[in-house]
Design a protein around this ligand. Structure first.
Ligand code: ATP
Length: 123
């Protein structure tokens, strides 16, 4: 059934977020990392610019994990129990996108938090 109003659209989006959290272990790990990183951003008093980089990188990982989860569902719907080379390609490429975003987030985290943590521990 199609959504009749904006509220129902938000409710569906929320269900999607909950589904990914309940079913995807990686999603729970990404969310935990997101919360920790945002907490550290406040504790270490990041500048607005630094915080934006961290926020963007961390959000991108979560968004891509959501897209990856959606794509896995679509592939499973299309392929069923059948093994198919294209199903593997679709899933592997989507997983590759998440991996790339996670590596990017790690570099951003190192660049932003690295010098601050060094300064903190070399006092
Ligand atoms: N129908 C299929 N046909 C061919 N290969 C498949 C199929 N389903 C899954 N695979 C292969 O198995 C891998 C894992 O698929 P699965 O659906 O278990 O994802 P997952 O372990 O939940 O992935 P992620 O860790 O990215 O969430 C895929 O990346 C793909 O290489």
């Amino acid at each position: 059934m199609r959504n009749r109003n904006l509220l129902q659209s938000f409710a569906c989006a929320w269900q999607g977020l909950l589904y990914a959290l309940k079913t995807q272990r990686n999603m729970r790990i990404h969310l935990l990392a997101f919360i920790l990183v945002i907490a550290f951003s406040f504790i270490l008093h990041l500048s607005r610019g630094e915080f934006l980089w961290i926020w963007l990188a961390a959000t991108m990982v979560i968004c891509l994990e959501l897209v990856n989860t959606a794509l896995e569902a679509v592939v499973d719907l299309a392929a069923g129990q059948e093994w198919h080379r294209l199903a593997a390609i679709a899933k592997d490429v989507a997983a590759g996108a998440v991996l790339l975003a996670a590596i990017h987030a790690m570099f951003v985290g190192l660049l932003v938090f690295g010098p601050r943590l060094l300064a903190l521990f070399s006092r």
